[in-house]
Design a protein around this ligand. Structure first.
Ligand code: 13P
Ligand code: SF4
Length: 346
């Protein structure tokens, strides 16, 4: 990935190539066989599934049925760290598997596929990021969990969208100036909420960046009583129209707890499975994205999350494939900033 440096010396990173959404057709018969196979292998291997809300609903259901977890990225990290299983099967994207390995070096971490990237992680190459940090030694380095183990190793703090504002407020109380990476939208949101002095890396999530304020305005006219829920990786103009801004868990709680009947949701539509489970009588509408059908980049579904399915999950458990390996010395450094996040009581 090429990088150039602008007059304000924030590296400009080429947008990552986005894979097509992989649709894996699994018929009812195969589905049942895979589910039984996975259940047996989980027991045999003393393994547990830790899945993100954006993954396929069959995976979410299976994680819950087998004593695993479906959650946001912060709780995924916490759960893996506290659970006694020898093997964690992380259904999500690679940074989630790496975080599990950083926190649990003694455990085997398997993923259904190691090809599941994240555009934020890809938009923050470790070497360019290290140079950027070297240019600003006076700033404390705070990175989003959606980064590689190398970037976490260079950081002072790791945060997720659940705790970013509180951590930044805590650092402001200590008089710190912040270097933030990689998501520019989340960075600007945190800055607007806290007034912190932040130098912001220019990465973005291809899924959330595609939500459009104009389309949302029109949709709100059609549903004037709907509440608007927005993940803070969305652009500022979309965030401005939100009734609730927050992590995936926060948005799910909002659907359960708010009195509204209809919700317009600006995040990956994989979340609708859990939202429908916690509030079956409510109406959920996906916020509009740039382009439709063949012309939209992600169509509100992360192409990397979509790579996880029952077939490759079963194969990972059966063959021990898809094991996350990280350099132990780098992981040891990354553990400092990652553990700070888990120990932070905001
Ligand atoms: P959460 O931490 O809110 O689950 O977000 C992770 C993510 O990748 C959102 O795109
Ligand atoms: Fe990364 Fe965006 Fe996918 Fe979340 S939705 S994993 S931020 S690319």
């Amino acid at each position: 990935m090429n990088t150039t440096v602008t007059h304000v010396d924030i590296p400009i990173i080429e947008a990552p190539l986005i894979p097509d959404i992989a649709v894996t057709i699994i018929d009812e018969n195969e589905r049942e066989i895979l589910i039984q196979n996975i259940k047996r292998l989980l027991l045999e291997r003393n393994a547990v599934i830790v899945a993100h809300y954006y993954t396929d609903k069959d995976i979410q259901r299976l994680a819950e049925e087998t004593g695993g977890l479906v959650s946001d990225s912060l709780d995924m990290a916490r759960f893996g760290n506290q659970h006694s299983a020898n093997t964690l099967v992380v259904a999500g994207v690679r940074f989630m598997g790496e975080t599990a390995k950083i926190l649990n070096p003694e455990k085997t971490i398997l993923m259904p596929t190691l090809k599941a990237e994240c555009s934020l992680d890809l938009s923050c190459p470790p070497d360019a990021f290290a140079r950027f940090c070297d240019q600003h030694p006076e700033r404390i380095v705070v990175v989003y969990a959606n980064t590689s183990v190398e970037v976490k190793a260079r950081a002072d703090w790791v945060v997720t969208s659940s705790n970013a504002i509180k951590v930044v407020e805590h650092l402001m109380d200590e008089g710190k100036k912040i270097l933030w990476a990689p998501d520019r939208h989340l960075g600007h949101y945190i800055q607007s909420m806290t007034g912190a002095d932040m130098l912001i890396w220019q990465g973005a999530c291809v899924v959330h960046e595609a939500f459009k304020a104009n389309g949302l305005k029109r949709l709100k006219l059609q549903h004037p009583d709907a509440a608007v829920l927005v993940h803070p990786e969305a652009p500022a103009a979309v965030i401005e129209m939100a009734d609730v801004v927050g992590s995936t868990s926060r948005l799910i709680n909002a659907v359960k707890e708010m009195p509204h009947h209809t919700f317009i949701v600006a995040t990956d539509n994989g979340i609708f499975y859990k939202m429908g489970q916690v509030a079956p009588d409510k109406q959920l509408i996906s916020a509009p994205v740039g382009g439709r059908g063949a012309t939209c980049l992600s169509c509100a579904h992360c192409p990397w999350m979509a790579m996880n399915n029952l077939r490759n999950l079963s194969h990972a458990l059966e063959a021990g494939d898809g094991e996350i390996k990280v350099d132990p010395l780098i992981a040891e450094k990354a553990l400092i900033s990652t553990r700070r996040m888990l120990e932070f009581e905001g």
